[in-house]
Structure formats: C-alpha cells, structure tokens
Design a protein around this ligand. Structure first.
Ligand SMILES: Cc1cc2nc3c(=O)[nH]c(=O)nc-3n(C[C@H](O)[C@H](O)[C@H](O)COP(=O)(O)O)c2cc1C
Length: 122
C-alpha cells in the first residue's frame, strides 16, 4: 500500500488517522495487519510534510502494518512549486518518484523473499 499525504497542523490529516485506526480492527487479523506500506507526500511548508509522514508511520506500525521505513519522499513548497507546473511535468519530481518506486519495489521483493529463505533454512 502506498499512502500519499499532505500535512495538517504538524501531523497527518485527521481522516487519514481515522482510516488507519479503523483498518487496524480486529487487531492482528485486520486488512492492514502485516501489509507493507510506504508513505510519501508534499506540503506547502519547507519540510514537505515530514511530521505528517512520521506520525503516519508510527500509527501504521502500531496498527500492525509492515512499515517500509527506508523509502521517503517529502516535497516542500508545494503551492509555489506546482503553481504553474503539474508534478508530472516536473522532471526532478518525476525522477524522485521513479527512484522512490524502484526502491519500494526492491523492498517489497525482499519482504516476499524473506519467508522463502527462512523456509529453506528450516
Ligand atoms: C488545516 C490545514 C493545516 C495545514 N497544516 C500544514 C502544516 O502544518 N504544515 C504544512 O507544511 N502544510 C500544512 N498545510 C498545507 C497542506 O499540507 C497542503 O500542502 C495544502 O493544503 C495543499 O494541498 P490541498 O490542495 O490538497 O489542500 C495545511 C493545510 C490545511 C488545510
């Protein structure tokens, strides 16, 4: 699962928190339990919503998801940066997204291979 979020008052938007909370029940056997999830986003301030992303990672981890920690993309100054240019026409953003997705897929492949390696060792 890939979550793309803005930042609201220094944390994730309330509706994202609500979605994470409800997806965590019944705890341990919920839809989100053990599911690999990465978080990216943009916001108009200078840090690109990293607080929102960190809070979402924390909530998802407690909810039982398998949070991919190493893949991060937080784009600052969204209002200025995308005022006249759509993200799909911003070469730097497209490159960052490509790199992010490549890393995300690598991490998912590693996760998928891990149980097989454990089975072989047993
Ligand atoms: C209620 C509210 C609070 C926000 N708080 C922050 C914030 O703390 N930090 C930040 O970088 N951007 C903040 N923003 C900006 C959003 O992250 C986002 O960049 C902006 O709302 C544009 O996205 P939108 O068109 O989807 O609303 C806030 C926006 C709203 C509506």
């Amino acid at each position: 699962m890939l979550i793309v979020t803005p930042e609201h008052n220094g944390t994730m938007p309330a509706n994202l928190k609500n979605a994470i909370d409800w997806s965590s029940r019944p705890f341990g056997v919920s839809a989100i339990s053990g599911k690999p999830v990465a978080i990216i986003g943009t916001s108009f301030a200078q840090y690109g919503g990293v607080w929102a992303q960190n809070e979402a990672r924390k909530a998802l981890g407690i909810a039982g998801a398998k949070v991919i920690e190493n893949t991060v993309l937080a784009v600052p100054n969204s209002m200025v940066r995308f005022a006249e240019t759509h993200p799909k026409d911003d070469a730097e953003i497209v490159e960052q997204l490509r790199a992010f997705l490549a890393e995300f897929v690598t991490e998912l492949d590693a996760l998928e291979a891990a149980p097989a390696a454990e089975e072989q060792a047993a």
